[in-house]
Ligand binder design. Structure first.
Ligand code: FES
Ligand SMILES: [Fe+2]
Length: 448
């Protein structure tokens, strides 16, 4: 029996179940248009909750980290001496210098302190971002001391994931995430404090990068090196489309992904002679793309995982829109991917992989090999993104055909495009009203 036969459910197609997604060709205008990019920033990145980091980065009072939101803001997230978490814009109330940075102003930083000091004229800020000391204060005129601060930013947390929102009128984080995403709180993330973090710039639209892990049509081709040297064999080793599970709700969605079980406990001599090939290395170090083969004990698996009850479950991917994907793996580790748009044609891609701390060198090596595989695969994906973006941007092809196993791509663009369309409609209606009220003519059909 082939792998495909074993995992197949015979379920048939998924996309027609989601009638508002349609089955027709789609456009990639939302990934190459400057005008769309500008509106997406207003409609989404300035209004939706954005994941900025884990609570483990703020273990003790006085710890902090910064998060650059390219082109939008630089945010400081800090834990005060009472243990509360605050977020505020990284900008001085005196003459606007960036307050928290080291060596290079544009790079993110983290650390611990009792107060922040502006490097320009020495103003001092507490851990909530309020001005605590003004140098040469007597030189100023009617300084509104009580209100001076690095401007506060809304900051809330669910399951140890810290989010910020640049819109003071936004709904609470829990409402934005919804019940299904908030179930992640049942997972023991706090046990997984061993973090491996990566960040890189990708020359392509951020949504195209998300699309590379929203389908499993590409692995035999993009990731063939990980599967089989013969592409026809590689195709047979990828699970069939109906062995996945999809669950869409409001903005966000989950997919459950099948994968192989861990290797059996090692028997002496079982890996055989040394060979110059990856499969042998995985067997030696007992770790690879699907996680470590010696699985850390984290207690019983929370019920919210594997909602589709896949026969051979490897991970659940929570797509928490706009720009974060949380993967919780059957082998008891998790990965969070974030995509920070910088321009229509570039973004910063962050990958954080978390494990239970290794107890010995063998476990550490297994984790490192998992990390190595994840990053290698991610780089194969983003290399493709750069090729796709550069080609789509030429405009030579305008319509693209998505198969059933690309339905998450449909859903993702549908949600983002819908939010931008709503924003444009509201903005243009506002423009019409104000044009009418001011009596400056009647040709008020909106800014675009
Ligand atoms: S700009 Fe920060 S103290 Fe002057
Ligand atoms: Fe991939």
């Amino acid at each position: 029996m082939t792998l495909q036969e074993r995992l197949s459910t015979g379920r048939g197609k998924w996309t027609p179940d989601f009638s508002d997604l349609g089955t027709g060709p789609v456009s990639y205008d939302d990934a190459i248009s400057q005008e769309f990019f500008d509106d997406e920033r207003e409609a989404i990145f300035k209004k939706w909750w954005l994941y900025v980091g884990r609570v483990e980065r703020l273990r003790r009072p006085g710890t902090y980290f910064t998060r650059e939101l390219p082109g939008l803001a630089s945010i400081v997230v800090a834990r005060d001496l009472e243990g509360n978490i605050h977020a505020f814009h990284n900008v001085c109330a005196h003459r606007g210098n960036k307050v928290v940075w080291q060596e290079y102003p544009s790079e993110e930083t983290s650390g611990s302190c009792r107060a922040f000091h502006c490097k320009y004229h020495g103003w001092e800020y507490d851990l909530a971002g309020k001005v605590e000391h003004v140098t040469n204060e007597e030189q100023f005129f009617d300084l509104p001391r009580e209100t001076l601060a690095m401007p506060a930013v809304r900051c809330e947390e669910v399951g140890g994931f810290i989010y910020i929102n640049l819109d003071n009128d936004a709904e609470p984080l829990r409402d934005f995430l919804g019940e299904r995403v908030c179930e992640i709180e049942q997972y023991p993330f706090h046990l997984m404090t061993q973090r491996y973090g990566f960040s890189t710039r990708v020359n392509g639209n951020w949504k195209m990068a998300c699309n590379t892990i929203q389908e499993w049509y590409h692995p035999p081709y993009v990731h063939q090196a990980f599967i089989h040297s013969d592409v026809r064999e590689a195709e047979k080793l990828v699970p069939p489309i109906d062995s996945y599970h999809y669950d869409f709700f409001d903005k966000h969605f989950i997919t459950s992904v099948p994968g192989p079980p861990p290797l059996r406990p090692r028997e002496k001599g079982a890996i055989g002679e040394a060979r110059r090939e990856m499969i042998w290395v995985y067997k030696l170090f007992r770790g690879g793309l699907f996680g470590p083969d010696d699985v850390a004990d984290i207690g019983p698996m929370p019920e919210f995982l594997n909602p589709g009850e896949l026969r051979s479950w490897s991970n659940d991917q929570f797509w928490i829109l706009p720009n974060a994907s949380l993967q919780i793996w059957a082998r008891n580790f998790y990965i969070i991917y974030t995509y920070w748009p910088e321009s229509v044609g570039s973004h910063i891609y962050d990958i954080d992989i978390y494990f239970v701390p290794p107890e010995n060198a063998t476990q550490r090596l297994a984790q490192e090999l998992v990390v190595n595989s994840v990053i290698e695969v991610a780089m194969q994906d983003v290399n493709t993104v750069e090729a796709t973006y550069s080609a789509v941007k030429t405009g030579a092809q305008k319509e693209f055909h998505l198969s059933d196993q690309e339905l998450m791509i449909r859903s993702f663009h549908h949600t983002i495009d819908g939010a931008v369309a709503d924003y444009r409609a509201e903005r243009d209606a506002g423009t019409r009203v104000s044009v009418g009220t001011n009596g400056h003519g009647t040709n008020g059909n909106g800014a675009s």
